[in-house]
Design a protein around this ligand. Structure first.
Ligand SMILES: *Cc1c(COP(=O)(O)O)cnc(C)c1O
Length: 477
């Protein structure tokens, strides 16, 4: 059935439900204080609408839950592995299919094999765990985003693309022998879930062939990317998304996937490729820390759920609803004069806190301040993408302002309905009315690594001048 109605409906009905965590404002005030104004420290049962991440938070289908029951838990040769292997090799066309417990395990294994000191990995943008695993191997990670990716108010269809000229200049300068792989992240998670065009992927393939550099996709959101290509790129509007996805994989020599995203699974991932030599080394590392090659750190039931999910995500009615959900939230916020990054990406909406709260200085963490107010006002949890998350410091330990202050509202797959989204918009509209009253935050304690997970904060005027001075002394030890 062609769907030509203005209202895009959720293409599912609900068989199993979970209650939401309702709290009173007074309680949320206390919770925030106890959590040191860090939303990672709040118990999930105290959150009403949780937009922290789309990772591992999808609602599985009845068919996936059915798959969970028939999962084959044999140590070796489980039928669930073969179902999984068939689905992944049909989807990608690659020969060697290796399951892992989640995306970062794939990264650790791949970069243990091809990374190392003196090596340089290039990308449209590395996701943070990808970068961390490149660096943990001793190699360096270099991003080549396109310029328009940082112009938050300008519409461009494929802000996730790689800057080919800059990448080629880098390859020429450093020599292709130091570059073991080019990673294309689809969609580009670190830059707002923006898509990469097929044209850009093909040109990247040509560039990589010219310099004999293998090309891998970091394909956590491959189906969302394929649907954007269908919607926005010339020549693809009538091609089935499954074929578009296959054409994307055909551009590359392999892929890594976090199945916690577009496979609707709560856990899982894979590495897929054609290089038998690399695959053999990968399987040896797999046995060392993940598990035997037919389960790789997963239960048989997880492999079954992933295999089914990878089929479901390519349903175009689902993808239409998925992409429209982010657009609906973005447009509704814009109508209420809440500045968001346009166009929205596939998996969430990014509110521009710098623009919304211009009276709060960068070093008073405007995005974190907005995220905190969002929880206080409506029990909604988003995440700061700004100075705290990037966590750069000078030698005295003071934070260096990031060039963006965003609050990401990630949309879990198939979890919330339109009225939940309308509620989020209503809460924002209320915040907009009293935005001048929103104050910045200051640091109480900030550990040096992965700061945003454990940082302790307080409202700016709670400590007074003496408190702030003492704080500087703490940081510089
Ligand atoms: C989530 C994600 C990862 C890491 O996957 P995990 O399953 O969280 O370990 C890697 N790359 C991208 C693009 C991701 O979105």
């Amino acid at each position: 059935m062609q769907w030509n109605w203005k209202t895009i409906i959720e293409p599912f009905k609900i068989k199993s439900v979970e209650p939401l965590g309702f709290t009173e404002r007074e309680e949320r005030l206390k919770i925030l204080e106890q959590a040191h104004y860090n939303l990672f420290n709040i118990k999930a049962e105290k959150i009403l609408i949780d937009l922290l991440t789309d990772s591992g938070t999808s609602a599985m289908s009845a068919r996936q839950w059915g798959g969970i029951m028939v999962g084959d838990e044999s140590y070796a040769g489980a039928s669930s592995y073969y179902n999984f292997e068939n689905v992944v090799s049909d989807l990608t066309g690659y020969k060697e299919i290796i399951p892992v417990h989640q995306g970062r395990a794939a990264e650790r294994i791949l970069f243990s094999i091809i990374g190392g000191k003196g090596k340089r990995v290039i990308s449209n943008s590395h996701f943070d765990t990808t970068r961390a695993n490149v660096e943990a191997s001793g190699a360096e990670a270099f991003d080549f985003p396109v310029k328009e990716a940082f112009d938050f108010d300008r519409y461009a269809p494929f802000k996730g693309n790689i800057n080919l000229e800059a990448a080629e200049k880098f390859i020429k300068e450093k020599g292709s022998r130091s570059i073991p792989v080019c990673i294309m992240t689809v969609t580009n998670n670190s830059l707002g879930g923006q898509p990469v065009s097929m044209e850009n992927l093909k040109q990247t393939r040509n560039l990589c062939r010219k310099y004999r550099i293998p090309l891998f996709l970091d394909c956590a959101r491959f189906a969302e990317n394929a649907y954007f290509i269908k919607m926005r790129e010339k020549g693809y509007s009538t091609m089935p998304v499954t074929e578009i996805a296959r054409e994307m994989f055909d551009c590359a020599d392999g892929a890594m996937m976090s199945c916690k995203k577009d496979a609707f699974a709560n856990i899982g991932g894979f590495i897929a490729m054609n290089n038998a030599g690399w695959a053999q080394k990968a399987r040896q590392l797999l046995i060392l820390t993940e598990g035997f090659q037919t389960y790789g750190g997963l239960a048989g039931r997880d492999l079954e759920a992933i295999a089914i999910g990878l089929g479901e995500v390519l349903d175009e009615k689902y993808l239409q609803y998925r992409i429209r959900a982010a657009q609906y939230l973005a447009n509704s916020l814009l109508k209420n004069r809440i500045p968001v990054v346009v166009p929205p990406g596939g998996h969430g909406v990014y509110v521009n806190a710098k623009k919304f709260l211009p009276h709060i200085k960068s070093l008073q963490f405007p995005a974190q301040a907005l995220a905190v107010e969002l929880y206080l006002e409506g029990g909604i949890r988003g995440v700061e993408i700004g100075t705290l998350m990037f966590g750069k410091r000078d030698s005295a330990g003071n934070f260096i302002p990031a060039n963006m202050e965003l609050v990401r509202l990630a949309i879990p797959r198939r979890v919330y309905t339109q009225s939940h989204v309308d509620y989020v918009v209503e809460v924002f509209a209320e915040l907009a009315k009293r935005k001048k009253s929103i104050k910045g935050l200051e640091i109480v304690e900030a550990p040096p690594v992965l700061t945003h997970f454990t940082v302790k904060l307080r409202p700016i005027n709670a400590a007074g001048v003496g408190g702030r001075r003492k704080l500087k002394a703490e940081l510089s030890d």
